[in-house]
Design a protein around this ligand. Structure first.
Ligand code: ADP
Ligand code: MG
Length: 427
């Protein structure tokens, strides 16, 4: 097989305007090569509200794919469009290359697991799981075998006769999952399925759902607003904002190489350097991000190597978190960076005593990434605040002449090593 055709089949996000090309690429493929789900230029409007805007997406067979974004960003609507509970205003939806845009939900080979489980309270576990098979007139022996299979998959053997009220939240969630798996859909849609569980149980279920998905090999499309959940479970993540996809990539892609200011802030601590601050530290105007764990807190006399950036400042705030400590460092050049350090030897007293001290922040140039700055940032979202991150300084600075939107993502790079590190003369 020619290399180009392998690349062409690679699941990926498409930028707006690529729809025509993707339509050709879906229709030109056959059988196993076809994506499990394709969205081609899909928009959904409810009156004045545009819930989903020109989304192009291909999800591969067997993939664990997450849709991540804040509340109201269009995740549920996208899922409901795939399920057939909503019809798109524009665009097409294909399952395994078959256009299902105008087909009702029961003619699509997908099943949905809802956040509230929607179990029948008067039916026991086995009857809840087998309900869909009864409706489809699957014979009793076959039905019992498949219910047992599903119970085994979600590790609930022996719970057949219990009623939902006699189960814990996690067990009810497993029944809901088994009830969808028993139909053996090609694609399983899950809308914030762990939202009702407490943190500990949610973390256990994340690992478990991921293991179940690997075992059954069904394509999972998983909606969540929880970045850690998406990073933990997914093969790939689509980050949504305002009905649009900001970036699609592996967990490491979206975390280590956020394409936009919004993604940098939503999937992690934004840690942005912009305008004059970027010019002073990075040696270029633009918007840059550096992850808090990539930065080293160094002595005020420390000097960076040629491969590193350096920013002097002082520790404004210390947050002791047990395994790590988070330092908010006010930079001499203006603005603030957050640094996290693993507490290898430090005690909380030692960490807290560093408050107010002058420091130099040092990080490798390769960890300083340019991001597209066209859209809004997480902090600008009404009513949203992420911890103690303050960006008011940068928000007041005039907007920068950088290209907006997806086209900007690939066009800029970090400045070369020879860039002036002006700030290094101060401490
Ligand atoms: N049936 C509907 N009628 C009107 N507006 C809707 C409807 N469903 C969703 N919306 C709006 O569409 C936007 C996206 O909603 P949704 O897809 O539920 O977001 P998310 O799941 O990411 O929180 C929101 O502004 C929401 O209020
Ligand atoms: Mg939702």
């Amino acid at each position: 097989m020619a290399l180009e055709s392998v690349e062409e089949m690679e699941p990926r996000a498409m930028v707006p305007g690529e729809s025509a090309r993707s339509r050709r690429s879906v229709e030109g493929r056959h059988g196993e090569d076809l994506p499990a789900v394709s969205l081609v230029g899909v928009s959904k409007r409810f009156g004045e509200v545009t819930a989903v805007e020109r989304v192009d997406l291909e999800i591969a067979d067997g993939e664990f794919f997450s849709m991540l974004g804040p509340s109201g960003s269009g995740k549920t609507t996208t899922l409901r469009l795939i399920a057939g509970f909503e019809l798109p205003t524009t665009g097409r939806i294909l399952l395994k290359g078959r256009d299902v845009t105008n087909l009702p939900p029961f003619e699509r080979d997908v099943n949905t697991v809802f956040q509230d489980y929607a179990l029948f309270p008067h039916l026991n576990v086995a009857d809840n799981i087998g309900y869909g098979l009864v409706i489809r007139k699957v014979g009793r022996p076959e039905r019992e075998r498949r219910v047992q299979d599903a119970l085994r998959m979600v590790r609930l053997e022996g719970y057949e006769r219990r009623r939902p009220a006699q189960l814990s939240g996690g067990q009810r969630q497993r029944v809901a999952l088994a009830r969808a798996l028993v139909n053996r859909p090609r694609v399983l849609l899950l809308d914030e399925p762990l939202g009702a569980l407490d943190l500990k149980l949610r973390e256990e279920m994340q690992i478990e759902i991921k293991a179940i998905q690997a075992e059954v090999g069904i394509t999972f499309i998983y909606v969540t607003h929880d970045q850690e959940e998406a990073l933990t479970m997914s093969d790939r993540i689509a980050v949504f904002d305002h009905g649009r996809i900001e970036q699609v990539g592996s967990p490491a892609d979206v975390y280590e190489r956020p394409a936009t200011r919004f993604v940098a802030g939503f999937v992690g601590t934004p840690n942005l350097l912009r305008g004059d601050v970027a010019a002073a530290i990075v040696g270029a105007r633009g918007t840059f991000t550096v992850r808090p764990e990539k930065i080293r807190l160094a002595d005020p006399a420390a000097t960076p190597t040629g491969d590193e950036f350096m920013a002097p400042g002082h520790i404004r705030e210390v947050v002791y978190l047990g395994p790590d400590t988070r330092y908010h460092v006010a930079l001499d050049a203006g603005g603030e960076l957050v640094v996290t350090q693993q507490n290898l030897a430090t005690s909380s007293m030692e960490a807290l005593a560093t408050q107010g001290r002058p420091v130099r922040l040092i990080w490798q140039r390769q960890h300083c990434l340019p991001v597209a700055d066209g859209g809004r940032s997480v902090e600008e979202e009404p009513g949203r605040s992420r911890g103690s991150w303050h960006s008011s300084h940068w928000r007041r600075s005039p907007s920068l002449p950088v290209a907006a939107g997806p086209a900007a993502r690939r066009t800029r790079a970090c400045p070369p090593r020879s860039a002036p590190a002006k700030a290094s003369s101060t401490s």
